[in-house]
Design a protein around this ligand. Structure first.
Ligand code: FAD
Ligand code: SIN
Length: 527
């Protein structure tokens, strides 16, 4: 049986789930996800979701903060649209059952993070993403029109350019008709045909050696769209979170939320000296690109493996109330954050660029929408303001859903045989997993050493040359080998690494997260 839903959704994070809840009243929804249904970046979001709830905050202040973080290249209309819709989308999340912490007086307990001029982060302790994912999944399970297929891996989207596709396309535009999906329960490749397709595959943190992202974050959506000749932009802007727990044997790296600095924690070098004022007058709460670069510089010039986050002066009771999971995690590795410094290092965290979309979440490929971290809307510009990503996902899923609901009324469904079955050219299993594992390590090492927080023309050239070898080796392996998640993820990470390097080489300036020694930029110092 070939599945032919009205709405195919690839990914079950906040973007995919909130979109599904909106479209399900209008047609059949099939949501595929490559791991268990709750595994996603969303699940690990700590700090919260930014929104304007009441004075003294205002839309204008939030807009201004977003534009400043974005370093001059945000799409101002998009920023205005997302921020002014923030309050409404938060009320919708609350209606769906998400619980955000309140103060004793019953108001939302709004936190502050780097680059925000006001307290405006709604949160659920220090595991906001987990709470949102939980609430959305409860609602999803109630809906008879939504089918979730867990452990189903999208390999590639289907367009008229696939060999053997028979469709009447009157325009030269690329059109998406569905996806080839590897059913990991059966190890068979299935084709799913749909009237509309939503890409909601999240980020690609695993393209770097150290990341806060879970292992599912391998940039699959961006790679699929790039291979299908869709537009991808802004990939040079990969955000490193300044403070992941330094624990070299642990992967992914555990995040120590920016909200902890918002709460008053201070960054220090390992001799106990504050250093952020040297780099920016906003100190430990400057925007992320500045803090991550400052830490990187201190570590490199001093020859240290990490810096410290000092929480010892903070109110213990309040700290425990707000950050119980971070406190427990630190304790589990022998650090009592009330008495000890926390060793921290920057880690790859968020993909600001991605699949280019318009204000309705429409990509350059017909029938295909992209929402959430895999998309590039223009909101973040060269650097994302903390806690703006969960917000972006819910605002864009709303817009994309409204458009898709109209589209399915006029889009005809394809005949089963219009699209050929997966052509399994490769029939061998890779003799040695070490081929894949070693190539993955090489990609991550290339990206970390040459395309990380600080770049140069020479490093980018070297990264490009090295990656080409891995690309050729992996394409050859892909053709002769039975598809598997590991092989496809490696292929996608190589594609994503290639795009990051390509976009970084094209940008002949330092801006936001893209910092190159060949085009240095003055930092905003206090003196
Ligand atoms: P995800 O939540 O990552 O979901 C992607 C989904 O796609 C997953 O279900 C995945 O399995 C599936 N998928 C991927 N590839 C395939 C494939 N080939 N086939 C099938 N399924 C696939 N943002 C904030 O705004 N506030 C925060 O406090 C915050 N804290 C964070 C803390 C951490 C540790 C991390 C990692 C991120 C944080 N972020 C935060 C960023 C934010 O969580 C993400 O940007 C956001 O959750 C992305 O949502 P999404 O729905 O786009 O993608
Ligand atoms: C954090 O809690 O520091 C993460 C917030 C974010 O990435 O937006």
């Amino acid at each position: 049986m070939i599945r032919k839903p009205d709405f195919l959704i690839i990914g079950s994070g906040i973007a995919g789930l909130s979109y599904a809840l909106k479209v399900a009243a209008y047609g059949k929804v099939c949501m595929i996800t490559k791991a268990s249904e709750d595994e996603s970046n969303t699940k690990y979001a700590q700090g919260g979701i930014a929104a304007v709830m009441h004075s003294p905050d205002s839309y204008q202040k939030h807009i201004q903060d977003t534009l400043i973080a974005g370093d001059g290249i945000c799409d101002e209309e998009v920023v205005r649209m997302v921020i002014t819709e923030s309050t409404e989308r938060i009320h919708e999340l609350i209606k769906w059952g998400a619980k955000f912490d309140k103060t004793v007086s019953g108001e939302y307990d709004l936190a502050k993070e780097g680059g925000h001029s006001e307290h405006r982060i709604l949160h659920h302790k220090d595991n906001t993403g987990f709470e949102i994912e939980r609430a959305l999944l409860v609602e999803i399970h109630k809906h008879p029109n939504i089918e979730i297929l867990d452990h189903h891996f999208a390999i590639d989207i289907l367009t008229q350019h696939h060999k053997g596709v028979v469709v009447n396309s009157r325009t030269p535009d690329i059109t998406c008709y569905g996806a080839y999906v590897l059913n990991l329960h059966t190890d068979k490749v299935e084709k799913i045909l749909a009237k509309t397709i939503l890409m909601a595959t999240g980020g690609a943190g695993n393209v770097y050696a150290t990341t806060t992202n879970p292992t599912i974050a391998t940039g699959d959506g961006v790679a699929m769209i790039y291979r299908a000749k869709g537009k991808v932009e802004g990939m040079e802007f990969y955000q490193f979170h300044p403070t992941s727990l330094y624990n070299p044997t642990e992967n992914p790296s555990f995040l120590v939320s920016e909200a902890v600095r918002g709460f008053g924690a201070i960054l220090k070098t390992i001799d106990g000296k504050e250093f952020m004022q040297k780099y920016d007058e906003r100190g430990s709460l400057a925007p992320r690109d500045i803090v991550a670069r400052a830490i990187d510089n201190e570590m490199k010039t001093r020859g240290d493996d990490y810096v410290y986050l000092d929480c010892r002066h903070l109110d213990k009771e309040e700290l425990l109330k707000h950050f119980p999971n971070i406190y427990q995690k630190c304790l589990s590795v022998g650090i009592d954050m009330m008495k000890d410094f926390i060793p921290v290092v920057p880690a790859a965290h968020y993909m600001c660029g991605g699949i280019k979309v318009d204000k309705k979440g429409r990509s350059s490929i017909k029938r295909l929408y992209a929402v959430g971290e895999c998309s590039s809307t223009g909101l973040h510009g060269a650097n994302r303001l903390a806690s703006n990503s969960l917000l972006e996902a819910v605002v864009y899923s709303h817009h994309a859903a409204n458009d898709a609901i109209e589209q399915i009324k006029i889009i005809p469904q394809l005949e089963d045989n219009a699209i050929p079955d997966w052509n399994a050219e490769g029939t061998n299993y890779p003799e040695e997993m070490v081929l894949l594992i070693q190539s993955l390590r090489e990609v991550q090492a290339i990206m970390t050493n040459y395309v990380g927080i600080v770049r140069s023309n020479l490093r980018l050239q070297r990264a490009f040359d090295r990656l080409e070898i891995l690309y050729k080796e992996n394409e050859a392996l892909f053709l002769k080998t039975t598809v598997s998640t590991k092989l496809c993820e490696l292929r996608n990470l190589i594609n994503v690494a290639y795009i990051i390097i390509k976009h970084a080489r094209e940008r002949k300036e330092s801006r936001g997260l893209h910092y190159t020694v060949n085009y240095p930029k003055e930092s905003k110092k206090s003196n």
